[in-house]
Design a binder for this molecule. Structure first.
Ligand code: MRU
Length: 350
């Protein structure tokens, strides 16, 4: 497969009995891999963002379910089916906004039921088939990143300066990324892009992850605080904004990391193209508009305590910590997918 950047560590892999993930909570200070063999370990890793980014949690869940069922003591299809349903429900609820998680789990479940129908009760064969399915999901994830890279690059020209938010790069998928994939592809062709990375409060995916992976890959990256975005746009330092997505409603409204919609409003004001990049598996045709998307709420301490040497907010203060926001379709210049580029008003049925 085509390679578009020099980055040795693969953030998710599997060896038939365990899933191995790069623990993103420890980055950039420490590159540590952890092993996952059970549902509590997988749920904990997803909830606490050891693995994060919509496509990556889908792939981790698919591989994880396959491994957990392989390690299961259940020895008949009925018990395994019950276990699969319990695992799926728990995982889907663990991060409700990213639709890729449900998409990947549904694919593994469908393969399980299809294979249970044709395998004469042979559990080993059923398990083998879902391991294969999970591996296919991972390989398809890499292929979609490459397609997004190529499609996205058609909208960019050498020397452009790009603002991005959160982390929609190599760490958020199986390889390469979504919003960052065209940057890696362009730079491998000498495009010499400059990237501004929002730090992305409160979990600092921009500072800890985007800055880390772009810097490691040799991309020219400048870190800014979220509240500096307007100034850098006013100073004409930004040619284009590129972000990822966790769920795209049928009308093109996009759920992505909290702060994304503010960038879209600013982009509109400053007349800067605002691009959303993601796989077609992120498009949720069952959800008509963005206001129907469930927005995950996260613990208060992520705002009041995390990253600070001491508690930084008054004891007992009320805190609201939504992890995502909705960018209205009308503020999005284009949605760049593995299957092509869509423009407002969005019609994904074609
Ligand atoms: O809470 P996170 O870090 O999982 O949020 C991730 C994002 O918002 C990304 O932009 C999105 O999942 C796309 S990743 C290719």
């Amino acid at each position: 497969m085509e390679d578009i950047f020099d980055f040795d560590s693969v953030s998710i892999s599997e060896d038939n009995s365990k899933v191995i993930i790069l623990d993103q909570t420890l980055l950039p200070g420490k590159e540590k891999f952890i092993e996952i063999q059970s549902l509590p370990e997988l749920t904990e890793a997803i909830v606490n963002l050891r693995v994060r980014g919509a496509p990556a949690i889908g792939v981790a869940a698919a591989l994880g379910i396959a491994v957990i069922l392989k390690n299961s003591k259940k020895n008949n299809i009925s018990d395994l089916t019950t276990e699969l349903k319990e695992i799926s429900e728990q995982l889907i609820n663990s991060r409700p906004t990213a639709v890729n998680l449900k998409w990947a789990i549904d694919k593994v479940k469908a393969k399980f039921f299809e294979s249970a129908r044709v395998s004469d009760g042979n559990i080993a064969r059923i398990i083998e088939s879902i391991i294969e399915e999970a591996r296919k999901i991972k390989n398809a994830d890499i292929a979609m990143s490459l397609k997004i890279a190529h499609n996205g690059l058609t909208l960019l020209t050498p020397g452009m300066s790009i603002l991005t938010h959160c982390n929609a790069g190599h760490l958020a998928v199986s390889r390469f990324g979504t919003a960052l994939a065209p940057i890696y592809l362009g730079n491998s062709k000498g495009y010499d892009f400059k990237v501004f990375a929002d730090e992305t409060r409160p979990l600092l995916q921009g500072a800890r992850l985007t800055a880390y992976e772009l810097h490691k890959a040799g991309v020219d990256v400048t870190l800014i605080c979220d509240n500096m975005a307007s100034l850098v746009m006013a100073q004409k330092k930004i040619d284009v904004i590129m972000v990822g997505c966790d769920r795209i409603a049928a009308n093109g409204d996009v759920a992505n990391k909290i702060g994304t919609s503010a960038l879209a409003v600013l982009a509109n004001y400053y007349n800067i193209p605002f691009y959303v990049l993601g796989p077609c598996s992120t498009i949720d045709m069952q959800t008509a508009t963005g206001d129907k998307i469930i927005i995950e709420e996260r613990p208060e301490y992520e705002i009041t305590d995390l990253w600070y040497v001491q508690k930084m907010a008054p004891e007992g203060i009320k805190v609201y910590n939504p992890a995502f926001d909705i960018t209205p379709a009308s503020l999005i210049t284009a949605i760049i997918t593995d299957k092509g580029i869509f423009r407002y008003p969005f019609d994904f049925s074609i």
